[in-house]
Write a protein that binds this ligand. Structure first.
Ligand SMILES: [Zn+2]
Length: 163
């Protein structure tokens, strides 16, 4: 067993799905693990294998992030990739919705017990309203976070001089 500093940066190529523009880019892991990773075995082969695995993982992560980075040539975003990112961002909202709803129902019942006699459906309506209003906000926030993270992690390099 040995400890290995895993790579947190990778040089890769950005390819615009819309205009075909390609640019070299340095991608930094936005949440690098500072600790050294334990690697089973201690020969050179195991070490190289571990570094290769880490690089492959980082490359995959980079390509995923680069899809929601604005193209430096045409300035556009790939709509399909954006929808995918939005879908991903919506997962925490789905997990959050029942809690929001219940919170709204219970909160209203507790805060406005007098109103319940005249409007018994009020807590349910408040719960539903909370989900309707807050879900898009959470989604938007998460999506912005994803895009900001991707943009911050990608550093475009000057194009290589033509060979
Ligand atoms: Zn482009």
């Amino acid at each position: 067993m040995m400890l290995l500093k895993v790579p947190t940066q990778i040089r890769t190529v950005f390819t615009c799905q819309l205009c075909g523009h390609q640019a070299p880019v340095d991608y930094h892991d936005p949440a690098p693990i500072d600790e050294r990773e334990p690697v089973p075995g201690k020969d050179r082969h195991a070490r190289e294998q571990a570094i290769n695995d880490a690089n492959a993982k980082l490359e995959k992560q980079a390509q995923k992030a680069l899809r929601i980075v604005r193209c430096p040539a045409c300035g556009r975003l790939d709509g399909k990739a954006v929808r995918k990112a939005l879908l991903q961002a919506s997962l925490p909202v789905v997990a959050l919705a029942p809690g929001l709803f219940m919170g709204g129902v219970i909160g209203t019942a507790l805060l406005a017990p007098a109103l319940l006699k005249t409007a018994p459906r009020l807590p349910v309506m408040v719960g539903a309203l909370l989900v309707l209003v807050l879900s898009p906000l959470v989604l938007l926030h998460r999506y912005r976070q994803l895009r900001k993270e991707a943009t911050r992690s990608a550093h475009f390099l000057p194009p290589a001089p033509p060979a």
